[in-house]
Design a protein around this ligand. Sequence first.
Ligand code: T5A
Length: 224
Amino acid sequence: MHHARFITFEGGEGAGKTTQIRLLAERLRQMAPDARREVVVTREPGGTPLAEKLRAVILSGGARQLGPLGEALLFSAARIDHIDRIIGPALRRGAFVLCDRFADSTLAYQGAKGGVDAGLLKAMEKVALGALAPDLTFILDLPPEMGLERARRRRGADEADRFEGEDLSFHAQLRERFLAIAEAEPQRCRVIAAAMPPEKVAAQIWRAVDEKFLGRSAEARQWA
Ligand code: T5A
């Protein structure tokens, strides 16, 4: 039976999660055949046809009228489908699962600025996740102004989505909430300085993956 390797990437808007997941997946896929495992890249909200439909509704603002609690319930419903159909089976196959956002995003986003009570969000998390928890979580940390500028540049003339469109104080609170999660769970979480160039950020991430999952393999030492 393979040890589970469930790695989540968290942080504010434009923190570089998608970029870093791509780089980590490439590196894991290039490992020597004896050390190599299947790599599954997925995202939240989304990852299954049903969860992608919920994503479209939520991020277009179509569920805003439900309020933060209603949105949190939709994110949780999408997560249940994602765990059942993608994450759980992949971990049982022994794959590395790299997930762009997961339950910490619900705690941070739906709890920010007068949102849902943290205790209630934690209870919902328990219902959705059961015994599942990420083995390692990267919190990509950078000033919100910088992340929002990156996100703005990337989307060009398109409109900001439901959460990117919130004001700066919301995004500043998100940063604090992610850092508080990392402080509360130092075994699981690594805060990564994400304002640096992508390859420097990737080097910090690789070191942590190597240390946690690959430290004893010759391939990992060769890459370090
Ligand atoms: N949400 C999600 C909740 O409210 N509750 C939940 O429970 C969940 C799961 C998801 C939204 O839903 C919310 C959070 C979000 O608002 P999304 O489209 O997936 O929406 O948005 P994000 O997760 O925020 O992803 P982004 O695509 O905006 O940002 P990423 O993935 O962090 O960043 P990335 O890699 O796409 O990079 C953005 C731009 O910056 C450049 C890239 O080239 C790109 O152009 N870049 C860098 N530039 C300079 N230096 C670097 N180091 C760079 N890294 C990337």
